[in-house]
Design a protein around this ligand. Structure first.
Ligand SMILES: [Zn+2]
Length: 151
């Protein structure tokens, strides 16, 4: 199974269309804009069932779920990557991580992707987006300068 997925995470509220392909990973769906659904990443075992437990325990339960549904995660993300080969898949849910002490299964998923596949899955923000645009522009300028003169 190829895992050359280009992934990021964000909240529905902050997501901007240019960031990539909207992929819903929340139990409650967003109906404000269309998104693909990644059922295998939805926290069905913890959402409203384990919220009374300590956070590390909730995360462990969620990771157990991903270990169980791993095959479906891989099939779905590979399918979406084939459909949108040059785009980032943005894993979305409702949680606002700007609040102090905030936690969210999308970042637990990011940790699981790092540990399981060695993938870096950033939380996308306006600042990160602007920094990436700057880096891409700089890379283009360098690439042009690297070309040998025609005459
Ligand atoms: Zn969340």
């Amino acid at each position: 199974m190829s895992t050359d997925w280009n992934l990021g995470t964000a909240s529905y509220k902050r997501f901007k269309e240019g960031w990539g392909v909207a992929c819903g990973t929340s139990v409650g769906r967003n109906r404000r804009f269309p998104s693909h659904q990644v059922e295998a990443l939805k926290p069905f075992t913890t959402f409203r069932k384990a919220e009374h437990l300590p956070v590390p325990q909730q995360e462990a339960m969620y990771r157990d779920l991903l270990d169980t549904t791993r095959e479906y995660v891989e099939l779905r993300l590979s399918d979406l990557t084939r459909r949108y080969p040059d785009e980032r898949l943005v894993l979305l849910c409702w949680c606002d991580l700007s609040l102090p002490g905030a936690y969210c299964h999308r970042r637990w998923a990011a940790g699981w992707f790092a540990d399981t596949y060695g993938l870096v899955v950033p939380e996308l923000t306006d600042e990160l987006w602007a920094a990436q645009r700057r880096a891409e522009r700089a890379a283009k300028v360098t690439a042009v300068e690297d070309q040998p003169p025609l005459f």
